[in-house]
Design a protein around this ligand. Structure first.
Ligand code: 5GP
Ligand code: ZN
Length: 114
């Protein structure tokens, strides 16, 4: 999918609405529109990167910020103590639906695998 058709690029550009939880220079976090846990936030780089195979297109500091923002979001939403999962669905077998790299941050209930 090209960047112009990418739903998450649309959210970054403001053309598609989202409930933003955290916004900084290179990273955005917003509620998943189909949340599967009391806390279910997606953390994305603002630059379009399809998946982990393309992560070298991100500056190292941005890759680090994705995880730091996941932690900040967990803190903000009160799930640090209870714990939370940070997950990347990468490719078809993992069920990746949106080909713009994102971390799922999920918490507020007991979480199992997968
Ligand atoms: P994945 O690609 O990791 O399987 O999941 C993509 C996630 O993005 C899904 O959990 C889905 O609910 C969420 N999602 C897809 N389109 C939108 C959207 O337009 N807005 C929001 N907030 N979430 C979306
Ligand atoms: Zn994109």
């Amino acid at each position: 999918m090209s960047e112009t058709e990418c739903v998450f690029c649309g959210i970054v550009g403001g053309e598609i609405e989202a409930e933003v939880v955290h916004d900084e220079d290179e990273v955005l976090a917003f509620n998943d529109m189909n949340g599967r846990a009391p806390v279910h936030v997606l953390v994305i780089p603002k630059r379009h990167v399809a998946n982990l195979e393309a992560i070298d297109a991100l500056p190292d500091a941005v890759a680090k910020r994705l995880f730091a923002v996941a932690s900040a979001v967990a803190e903000k939403l009160g799930v640090t103590e209870g714990g939370y999962a940070v997950r990347v669905n990468n490719g078809p077998d993992a069920g990746q639906e949106v080909f713009h790299l994102h971390l799922h941050v999920m918490g507020g209930q007991r979480l199992g695998m997968p």
